[in-house]
Ligand binder design. Structure first.
Ligand code: DAV
Length: 366
């Protein structure tokens, strides 16, 4: 074997189709979710701690049935526009496979139907060249990662590392059966217990060697500890607490945009965390989604749930003029895309994507 051959072998071993350390390195490949078969999940006590109050009755009544077809169709068209924009910006876009979300499945202890494969950000976590299937706390999301299995197998074969958190049993012991709403001003009370590790990837945000996490109604200390030990000493997970009585997912609360630039929720983040003391901070402008627009699963602060294509370009909701203006003034180049109908399903551009590959290497930014 010549030295050239040897170099080629070493190079092949080093390349992985999965490689992403931050939320802002130049984006090369992304998974965009799909709304096919999106279905109201089987009702469970893990839902009310995070669903808007005015949706509880709808979710109880519609459990196991499809979301309204005209809303699903409108969201699908917006996803198609989003994909065209990403491809136009030079990003490779991949999609999951549709799976039957309204089919009843069971474990040894319980039965449920599913939800959707619209939010790859929740189910899968990319850290470096590794892609991790998350041990999600909702019974309705137990098999969600199956929609991504064809991609996971392909990435693994091409050199990525592929792993999964310990599959939780999600028995009643996993949930605080006495959970009662603490109210908007009450102390945060989380519905998930420490019975087994659970986490959603969207409770983590990546800044190279440092990863910011929050405990939430789906992410417990056990899950965060599992992830820290799994990732090893190269990474440092910092757990922060916010002024959010119903936490689920950090990506409408604390959003690192680029090195030294942080977007924060003006009410949930009352004081800039010590870690970010040297960063420039943008307080998110108030969201503009009208009250008449259905939001099944979240607050209106999805306006913060943006996707960075690199340290300048950022995808923003087309009708969200205050956010477009604020980001431009903060030094970014906003690229508008219609996404309000997709928002109805519980996320925006960050939730709807998983950045599989960004050009860049492991660095420290804090
Ligand atoms: O503001 O209701 C949205 C997070 C979506 N992953 C909120 C949280």
């Amino acid at each position: 074997m010549t030295l050239n051959d040897l170099n080629r072998v070493i190079q092949a071993e080093r390349t992985s189709p999965v490689s992403s350390y931050t939320e802002w390195d130049p984006l090369e490949e992304v998974i965009v979710g799909i709304v096919d078969g999106a279905s109201f999940p089987t009702w469970h006590m893990s839902l009310p701690p995070v669903l808007p109050l005015n949706q509880h009755e709808t979710f109880r009544q519609q459990a196991g049935r499809p979301f309204p077809p005209h809303l699903v169709e409108a969201a699908r068209m917006e996803l198609d526009e989003f994909v065209r924009i990403l491809e136009g910006e030079g990003v490779t876009v991949r999609r999951p496979e549709p799976i039957p979300h309204n089919q009843t499945y069971s474990t040894l202890n319980w039965t449920s139907t599913g939800l959707y494969a619209a939010m790859p950000r929740d189910a899968l976590l990319v850290v470096g060249n590794e892609i991790i299937e998350c041990p999600m706390a909702w019974r309705s999301r137990y098999y969600e990662s199956l929609a991504y299995r064809p991609l996971l197998k392909e990435y693994f074969r091409a050199g990525a590392r592929w792993s999964a958190g310990p599959k939780p049993e999600l028995t009643d012991q996993q949930f605080d059966l006495d959970w009662a709403d603490p109210g908007e001003d009450g102390p945060t009370r989380l519905v998930v217990t420490e019975f087994e590790p659970t986490f959603d990837a969207a409770d983590f945000t990546r800044l190279g060697r440092d990863i910011i996490a929050q405990r939430s109604n789906v992410t417990n200390d056990f899950g965060i500890e599992w992830l820290q030990r799994h990732l090893g000493d190269q990474f440092n997970i910092h757990v922060l607490e916010f002024n959010d009585p119903h936490p689920m997912h950090i990506d409408a609360t604390l959003v690192p945009l680029a090195p030294g630039k942080l977007l924060i929720h003006p009410e949930r983040v009352t004081e800039v965390p010590e870690l970010f003391k040297r960063w420039d901070v943008l307080r998110a402008p108030a969201p503009v989604i009208p009250d008449s627009h259905p939001l099944y699963m979240t607050s209106k602060w999805l306006n913060m749930n943006i996707l960075m294509l690199d340290e300048e370009r950022v995808i923003v909701e087309r009708q969200d003029e205050p956010m477009i203006k604020a980001l431009r003034n903060f030094g970014f180049t906003p690229i508008p895309c219609n996404f309000r109908h997709f928002n109805s399903f519980g996320g925006s551009f960050h939730c709807a994507t998983l950045d599989v590959r960004r050009r860049g290497s492991l660095q420290s930014y804090l």
